[in-house]
Design a protein around this ligand. Sequence first.
Ligand code: MRU
Length: 347
Amino acid sequence: MPPNDTIRAVEWKDNHLILLDQRKLPHAEQYIQLYNAEDTAEAIRNMVVRGAPAIGITAAYGLLMAARKAFKQYPHDWRSRLQPDIDVLAAARPTAINLHWALQRMITALDEEDPEPINTLMALAQRIHQEDIDANHRMAFLGNELIKPTHGVLTHCNTGSLATGGYGTALGVIRTAYSEGKIEQVYADETRPWWQGSRLTAWELMRDKIPTQLICEGAAAHLMKLGKISWVVVGADRIAANGDVANKIGTYSLAVLARFHGVRFMVVAPTSTIDMNTLTGEQIPIEERSPDEILNVNQQRIAAPQVSAWNPAFDVTPGKLVDILVTEKGIVVRPDNEKLSSLMQRS
Ligand code: MRU
């Protein structure tokens, strides 16, 4: 692995799944071992693993483990026994389409006549994983070409090795651009309420010795007004056919602010995140998580007694606010229906 690509949040080893527990970072590097689909779905739901591509890869391995168990117990009708496991994995988190995309690839493979179905499924899950890593490196190359020697960039949430098969989407572009001397300073939003920025992105960037300053989301407009950044670089959980982008709550505000201040807005996402069956952003289901994530910090109540909270985990940025979409199949300027359908037809 290259020196700036050393973290693996998801690993398949000796027939089971190992996840780096992201709830514990950055204070502890603990791994959990999973052997079945139900525990895998729970790990996705509880954010042991998170980030759209990483949860897709995890779900593929989850279905592999379910298929292996069913094949052993019910060799004659193992396929028909899998539906509850498929359902529990599919329902783990609603917004990121990569979860459904990866499951669908596995389901298509398991429906085929095959003398060695479990070996085929294992090879496919590993291929989904490796393809994501390869896509990240390709996107990093393409995105980096757009970045001129600059002073600062702002990123949101965590889009790095922890959120993907490895290397990262937006963070992959930032890693590569930094290694080429094009970025002097990364600003990372804390990313309330789950602190993906301060706990995870900062952890990844500090390991790579990339100069990083955390800001609270509310500082973004001021940062842009002072001319400290020329790009906002973010990932995506689902991109609709018209180019609307669902990503971590707060992304939409950054896109509005960026357009107002003449800062360019780049979305970096593999084509597994583009869902041509979701026509517009309005059709994207937005996960609402527990109010406790806002009311408490480290299990300690911060908010005043009796107050409640609303906790949408994602928002939708209109495609017209996206200057550049970087995918492994190529770059799209101001994504729309026509441009995305021609992108998706490329091999
Ligand atoms: O709730 P999370 O942490 O799973 O949200 C993750 C994001 O919003 C990321 O920006 C997105 O999945 C892209 S990750 C490459």
